[in-house]
Structure formats: C-alpha cells, structure tokens
Design a protein around this ligand. Structure first.
Ligand SMILES: [Zn+2]
Ligand SMILES: [Zn+2]
Length: 339
C-alpha cells in the first residue's frame, strides 16, 4: 500500500510499504480522508511525542474493510472515525483511571502508524460509526475531541467572559463549544480577518484583529471592550509571544489556558506575584482520550459547524505541499489529504 513514511524527523517519502495485518481484536480501515494539523508540523520536526520510523496522520476517517475474529458490533463496510489514542491500561496513571496521563501514551500517527496511508489498523474499542455524517464532517472528530477535552478542563461557568487568541480549526471549534456551554461573551483575537469573520459568524460575540508587529494596538482594543478583563483567557496559537501576554487580560481568580501546541524549547516569563495576588489558575489542555462520542454528537447536532473549515485538499502524493501549506502558507483553515 502507499503511505507517507518518515525514516527520521524531516526525512520522508511517499512510497509503497507492506500492508498491515490485523490481530483478533483489531479492524482494518481503508482511509478516505485524513486531516493535516499543526501537530503534524511538530512531528515533522521530531517534537511532541513523535516516534520514528513513522507513518503520520492522526485525524483519519474511512471504511472498515476487515474485522478481527473477536470484534463485535463492527461490520465490513461501516463508515467510521477513529480515536487515535492507545492507552496501555497497566501503568501508574492508567491504574488510577487517568488514561490521558498514560506513561506509555501511544498515538496512531504520532508514535504509531497513522492515516496518511491507504490502510490503517485500529483497535476495536477506538472505532466509531458515523451514520449521519459525511467524511468531510467526520474528519473533524479528532480536533473536536481535543476541543471537548479542552472544554472539560476549562470548566466554563454560565456567564463567564472568555478571551481566546487564535483562529486555527481547533480554536474555531473550541469557540463554538464554549458559546454552547454558556459563556457570557466569547471574544476572539487573531491576525487573519477572514477567519475572524468566520468565527464571528459561528460563535464569537466580538472579534479583535491582532497586530503581530504591534501588540499594544489589539491589547488596547481588548481592554477598551472589557476593562475588567476575562474569567478565562485561552491561547490557541501556540506562539510564546502571545502566551506571554495572557495574564494581563485576567480578572482576579481567572483561568489561563494553554490549549495551542507551543514549541518544546519555548519559555515564557511569568510574574509569580501576579499569579499569587490575582489567584490565577494556569491550566494545560493536552490532546484527548475518550472524547470521540461527544465530539461526534456535537458535529451531528450542529453545535460544531465544520462546513466552512476545509479550505485545501491534496492527494497522498502531494503530502509535501500540504505540509508546506500548513507550516508556512496563508489563508488556510483545515487542510486535508484525500486517499
Ligand atoms: Zn491534530
Ligand atoms: Zn498507561
């Protein structure tokens, strides 16, 4: 079968590799579409928890073409989305029922074979049937699942004022979930005016254009809109320059949320006194596990609208172009690979 294969960070080719073989509790999926996300850029550079050699692609949907002898409830021909996380079940955290902290966290497309490939093997407990969704909708199951986990850790209270920086796909999805969860005001700041217009249409009460070269401009505008600050301030950019400034928008007792994936080497400066005096809570939101069921429900019932999010499509052979678009291109929201 054809797949994108990394020998090591930065070094990949699209080539023929051996077809995978399923075990008795596994399912073989013929991949239809797989989303490309910023995590794939981090993986490309050997960051995140990437393991090599690697077939990347962690946001895949497709059709079941083979089922193991001990698999129940899944049939050949089922259209499915797949939770890419594989938890060991026996480490310190798994035994405490904290599977997201699994010490052997294994993730298809990150440190195990993923969906930029004609076929992928998935454990039966991670396969979700998509009855009423198109593949183009269901391909947002993984990013939406990450946003659902974000929603869990953020724990928005009815009426909370929320400020979020960034309008990537998971940011736009999180904004929709926050509004639906009862946020009082959702304010989104980012540099791309088209994406701001879209997030305004879908979820945001106010949008503020970010000036990357002059932060004081949008900071002033946000402060004018909400002089008391916000209950929840979220970074969905992963940019340390943005994260550095989050505390200044906080009300006393507010939550600062690191939701975007920052570069591993990045550091920021924080004032311990400010955290102490304002009683700020700093919260991380890492990936997801067991959130697919809710994610698919939110897409199905329209709480999460994905309709205008796919902006670029490529074939498997064009993987390099797709990666380039996500890393350095402009104007995209979601880039997908059709297989
Ligand atoms: Zn992703
Ligand atoms: Zn574990």
């Amino acid at each position: 079968m054809k797949a994108v294969l990394y020998e090591s960070p930065l070094t990949f080719s699209v080539k023929n590799v051996q077809n995978p073989v399923i075990k008795s509790q596994q399912v073989l999926i013929k991949v239809k579409t797989c989303g490309v996300c910023r995590t794939d850029i981090h993986i490309h550079h050997g960051e995140f928890i990437a393991g090599f050699p690697l077939v990347p692609g962690h946001e895949f949907v497709g059709e079941v073409v083979q089922v193991g002898e001990n698999v129940k409830g899944i049939t050949i021909g089922d259209r499915v989305a797949c939770d890419n996380t594989v938890l060991c079940g026996h480490c310190y955290y798994c035994k405490r029922n904290e599977p997201l902290y699994c010490e052997n966290f294994y993730s298809l497309g990150v440190n195990g074979p993923g969906g930029f490939s004609e076929y992928v093997v998935v454990n039966h407990d991670k396969v979700f049937q998509i009855r009423n969704l198109s593949y183009d909708q269901a391909v947002f199951a993984e990013p939406t699942a990450c946003a659902v986990h974000g929603l869990d850790v953020i724990d928005v209270k009815p009426g909370d004022d929320v400020l979020m920086f960034g309008t990537g796909p998971t940011g736009i999805i999180l904004a929709q979930l926050l509004k639906n969860a009862g946020a009082g005001n959702v304010v989104v700041s980012a540099s791309d005016s088209k994406k701001l217009a879209l997030v305004k249409e879908l979820a945001a009460d106010h949008v503020v254009q970010m000036e990357r070269s002059n932060y004081s401009k949008h900071e002033q505008e946000i402060n004018n809109l909400f002089p008391k600050g916000f209950d929840i301030v979220i970074d969905a950019t992963g940019a340390k320059e943005v994260i550095q400034h989050l505390p200044q928008f906080c009300k006393n007792g507010a939550k600062v949320v690191i939701y975007g994936v920052a570069a591993q080497k990045d550091t920021i400066q924080l004032s311990p006194y400010e955290i102490f005096q304002k009683e700020l809570k700093i919260i991380g939101s890492f990936a997801q596990t067991h959130c697919f069921d809710r994610a698919l429900k939110f897409i199905e019932n329209g709480v999460v609208s994905t309709q205008k999010l796919i902006t670029h499509r490529y074939s498997l052979d064009e993987f390099e172009r797709a990666l380039y678009q996500v890393e350095t291109g402009k104007g995209h929201i979601k880039v997908v690979i059709d297989i």
